[in-house]
Design a protein around this ligand. Structure first.
Ligand code: SAH
Length: 212
């Protein structure tokens, strides 16, 4: 998985590659999908959600420019796979998931992995997690129509926010950087396809095509 899907496509951060070799991805997918866990695509999990394609996870982590001392806010814990990777790459991970059952499963998996310094919250992640702000990085693992304001507010000086932004069918990975003079710099990267970010400052459940 790491050599053919990730390094071959240009992600070469040694720490990210090492973390992806170490975290057993099959333990984050349903048991009847174990044989597919290392394939080059997203896989369905419970509650109509997905565990993202390994390459996209690696790409987002690379775009976030992670460093060991950082505190990271993750929106969309899902299976907990990306959370487990983050916990190996930074000092502290705060992760928010709106679906109770997914969060509890992720909690168990992360405990099995011995992931420390991970905090999990069941809530609407479009509002961020004010208690532990500011964050050095924010990584959003669900597709948003625009960047939720609270996530920008809770990003610290020189912080970086990585988020898929676009319509229901296709999005682009966007990187938002808080500049030293108090402005923002945005760059756009490859196309991607995530499940919707549903919440107060994103898609309303009743409005999103996938929910009907
Ligand atoms: N990183 C995860 C990706 C999960 S898919 C993995 O690799 O497994 C995206 C997740 O975002 C889903 O679990 C979905 O329930 C969650 N989500 C969607 N909108 C949300 C919101 N407003 N707040 C928190 N989580 C949300």
């Amino acid at each position: 998985m790491v050599e053919e899907q990730i390094r071959a496509r240009g992600v070469c951060d040694a720490r990210i590659l090492a973390a992806m070799r170490e975290v057993p991805r099959h333990l984050f997918v349903p048991r009847d999908r174990w044989t597919e866990a290392y394939e080059d695509r997203p896989l369905p999990t419970a509650w109509g959600q997905t565990i993202s394609q390994p390459y996209i996870v690696a790409r987002m982590l690379e775009l976030a420019e992670l460093e060991p001392g950082q505190r990271v806010l993750e929106i969309g814990t899902g299976s907990g796979y990306q959370t487990a990777l983050l916990s190996r790459l930074v000092r502290e991970v705060c992760s928010v998931e709106r679906i109770h059952a997914l969060l509890e499963e992720a909690r168990e998996r992360l405990a099995v992995q011995g992931a420390t310094d991970v905090r999990l919250l069941e809530a609407d992640g479009t509002l961020g997690w004010r208690e532990f702000a500011p964050y050095d990085r924010v990584v959003v693992a669900a597709a948003a129509p625009r960047v939720p304001e609270a996530l920008k507010d809770q990003l610290g000086d020189r912080g970086i926010l990585v988020i898929p932004v676009g319509g229901a069918a296709i999005q682009r990975l966007e990187v938002w950087r808080r500049t030293p003079v108090g402005g923002w710099q945005c760059s756009r990267h490859g196309e991607c396809r995530f499940v919707p970010l549903l919440g107060r400052d994103a898609w309303r459940e009743e409005q999103h095509p996938s929910q009907n």
